[in-house]
Write a protein that binds this ligand. Structure first.
Ligand SMILES: NC(=O)C1=CN([C@@H]2O[C@H](COP(=O)(O)OP(=O)(O)OC[C@H]3O[C@@H](n4cnc5c(N)ncnc54)[C@H](OP(=O)(O)O)[C@@H]3O)[C@@H](O)[C@H]2O)C=CC1
Ligand SMILES: O=C(O)C1=N[C@H](C(=O)O)C[C@H](O)C1
Length: 246
């Protein structure tokens, strides 16, 4: 039995994780901790799943690494500087493995992989992410990661800058830019989590689209992470890709 703790257990995702862990034959839920509650309740856990808030997740990780507890992290907000800080904590106190997945949906991971593969073949690539209006951050962690992967692929392939003659009449009209890849964030009642990657070339458009219809859709990926995190070869893994053999 894997002893599992959940951080953010009363949240939209955390509550779903609690249900999934309770339903897994090889896992035991030892603690679910929410805002204002002590992290010490997690000390009996071998693996802790974090779906909290970009503003608190780094403090949570520092605690878990300090106590040798493996972490499976779905919380968004992991720009490169944060990743480096986590590596520093792990170097100072080796033992705890950390898996950070911007998206635990298998289809979303495949969308990112296909976007990376396709990006060098098109002149223009832009990302449109669409979410429920209670989402507290923009752009989504998935869109940020997708843009990083697109930029990396285009850099490696020696692509030239994307064509764009536009002057913004209103700030933000062209969306946000991550390494020159544009991200547009839609917040709309009725949505859960969705993303399109638009790739444009000479007389053709290639569109990749992924839709999470509910939060249960993330659970196979989360449970896979819980089962595998302790045996991952690296102290820190970003993305579910290696766990899916991608
Ligand atoms: N990787 C993935 O596949 C997915 C990632 N996410 C990400 O997960 C995160 C959470 O999303 P969601 O569940 O919708 O958000 P919610 O706001 O519904 O849940 C967050 C929960 O964390 C709690 N919380 C806040 N601070 C702390 C703290 N210091 N310690 C413990 N718990 C705390 C909140 O409590 P309170 O309400 O009292 O503040 C709340 O219960 C976001 O960053 C989102 O982008 C979401 C879906 C999928
Ligand atoms: O807040 C959400 O809902 C989601 N957050 C993650 C993100 O920021 O990419 C994953 C998914 O898009 C749902």
């Amino acid at each position: 039995m894997i002893k599992v703790g959940v951080l953010g257990g009363r949240g939209r995702m955390g509550a779903e994780v609690v249900r999934a862990v309770e339903g897994a034959a090889d896992m035991e839920l030892v603690a679910a901790v929410d805002q204002g509650e002590s992290l010490d309740a997690l000390q009996g856990a071998e693996v802790v799943v974090d779906f909290t808030h970009p503003g608190v997740v780094m403090g949570n990780l520092e605690y878990l690494i300090g106590h040798g507890i493996h972490a499976v992290v779905g919380t968004s907000g992991f720009e490169p500087e944060r990743v480096e800080r986590i590596r520093g904590w792990q170097a100072a106190k080796p033992g705890a493995k950390v898996l950070i997945a911007p998206n635990f949906g298998v289809g979303a991971v495949l969308m990112m992989a296909f976007a990376r593969k396709a990006a060098p073949f098109f002149e223009s690539v832009e990302v449109v992410e669409l979410h429920h209006p209670n989402k507290i951050d923009a752009p989504s962690g998935t869109a940020y990661r997708t843009a990083e992967l697109i930029a990396e692929a285009r850099r490696e392939a020696g692509c030239v800058a994307m064509p764009d003659a536009t002057t913004e009449e209103i700030d933000g009209a062209r969306g946000a830019s991550v390494e020159d890849v544009r991200i547009h964030s839609v917040r709309l009642s009725g949505l859960v989590a969705h993303q399109e990657v638009l790739l444009g070339g000479h007389g053709e458009i290639f569109t990749l689209r992924h839709d999470s219809m509910n939060r249960e859709s993330f659970m196979p990926g989360v449970l896979l992470g819980v089962r595998k995190v302790a045996d991952l070869p690296d102290a820190l893994t970003v993305g579910l890709e290696p766990l899916l053999g991608l």
